[in-house]
Design a binder for this molecule. Structure first.
Ligand SMILES: Cc1cc2nc3c(=O)[nH]c(=O)nc-3n(C[C@H](O)[C@H](O)[C@H](O)COP(=O)(O)O)c2cc1C
Length: 369
């Protein structure tokens, strides 16, 4: 490398000093203990193996039983789940790592087979997603099924969701997480509020850009009230395409993101995490504006490699870069970057569900056998 590899050097995010700027991106792996959606010793081993990341952001973690949309995803709303996550955070901390919980509400991307009896998916508006989720068919066989029609959130329902995020954040910190990331990306509940395709409300949560951003900021405020701003980040995905959960977040997408950035700067949260989808090119102008409006840390993610990650940091357009798929197959990704070693390729067939295969059995560099 011709220039200084700041990617591999420590940096400060919120009140934490991270060992490097290589972040493990949130990735759903659907391997919790059943029944109860409880994190296990196997999950602790998986995250512990990846503790050399500057920061691990966990898979999406439903904040309540009603926030869930996929089979086998580990929650953070029961004592047993909280105890399971403690195994995970202990394993990461024992190796000197840092870990954030991604707090998740799927909104309309859900199905009755993964929800409590009689509970329907909720959304800003009662518009069914023309997409599928991983749940159970009528015979109880796991697989891809059509999302159910959602109910529009009432005032009371909105208050309940705020409370669920606040409680989940509290449990996360009690379980040993260093930070929480609010999942505002990829077509789930919070982005369903931001996008005009999914938000047809005529109250103060719909219509104008400021109204559509309101619920996201209320969720962030609820989480801040629970754990403090310096422990909070928000993931967003401007321009998220229609093929991701039928969202098509394109109308005023940069404007609303920049408005959020301005508001989040006032609240002094620790970071914004930009999830970039393939096929989307964020203009340098947008990136620069995001930078100038938000003075906390900016994490970017999406098809980065070591060189492009170092480059965007050098350009001053990000502080840290999250890697998703590379971390599945390379538990020691920062070390591989340091050595310029080849990267292993992940096996897509084992991304979701199952046990140790394709999860904890990817070798480290120089690992015998
Ligand atoms: C198996 C898998 C599961 C994912 N689950 C989540 C998730 O739970 N929450 C989230 O925000 N993004 C999720 N993503 C998206 C990643 O965080 C990341 O944005 C994406 O993989 C692009 O980064 P990459 O090119 O480095 O893999 C997932 C991606 C993969 C491959």
């Amino acid at each position: 490398m011709s220039h200084n590899q700041t990617l591999l050097q420590p940096f400060k995010l919120g009140e934490l000093t991270l060992n490097n700027r290589v972040i493990m991106a949130p990735m759903t792996r659907s391997r919790s203990e059943q029944p109860g959606d409880i994190p296990t010793a196997l999950n602790a081993e998986y995250y512990g193996q990846r503790a050399s990341a500057g920061l691990i952001i966990t898979e999406g973690v439903p904040v309540s039983a009603g926030a869930k949309g996929y089979a086998f995803t580990p929650g953070i709303f029961t004592d047993a789940q909280q105890a399971g996550w403690k195994l995970v955070t202990d394993a990461v901390h024992a190796k000197g790592g840092r870990i954030a919980a991604q707090l998740w509400h799927v909104g309309r991307i859900s199905h009755h087979s993964v929800l409590p009896k009689g509970v329907a998916p909720v959304a800003p508006s009662a518009i069914q997603a023309q997409s599928k989720t991983f749940a159970f068919d009528d015979q109880g066989v796991p697989g891809m099924v059509d999302c159910d029609p959602p109910q529009a959130l009432t005032e009371q329902g909105l208050a309940q969701v705020l409370n669920e995020f606040a409680q989940a954040a509290k449990r996360a910190v009690a379980a040993g997480f260093d930070l929480v990331e609010v999942h505002g990306a990829n077509g789930y509940l919070l982005e369903q509020f931001l996008a005009t395709k999914t938000n047809k409300r005529d109250d103060q949560y719909g219509g104008s850009l400021i109204n559509r951003a309101r619920f996201v900021l209320e969720v962030v405020d609820a989480v801040i009230a629970s754990v403090g701003a310096q422990k909070v980040g928000l993931r967003v995905s401007p321009w998220c395409p229609a093929f991701i959960n039928d969202i098509d977040f394109s109308e005023e997408t940069e404007e609303i993101t920049l408005y959020l950035a301005e508001e989040l700067a006032k609240r002094k949260i620790a970071f914004i995490h930009l999830a970039e989808w393939p096929g989307v090119t964020y203009s340098a102008n947008f990136r620069q504006q995001l930078r100038s409006k938000f003075n906390g840390s900016l994490i970017v993610c999406g098809s980065y490699q070591q060189s492009s990650a170092q480059q965007i940091i050098d350009q001053g357009l990000a502080d840290a870069v999250a890697f998703g798929r590379p971390f599945i197959a390379n538990p020691d990704l920062p070390e591989r970057f340091a050595q310029g070693a080849a990267l292993a390729e992940p096996d897509q067939a084992t991304f979701y569900g199952g046990a140790a295969q394709g999860y904890t059995d990817y070798p480290f560099l120089n690992q015998p056998g």
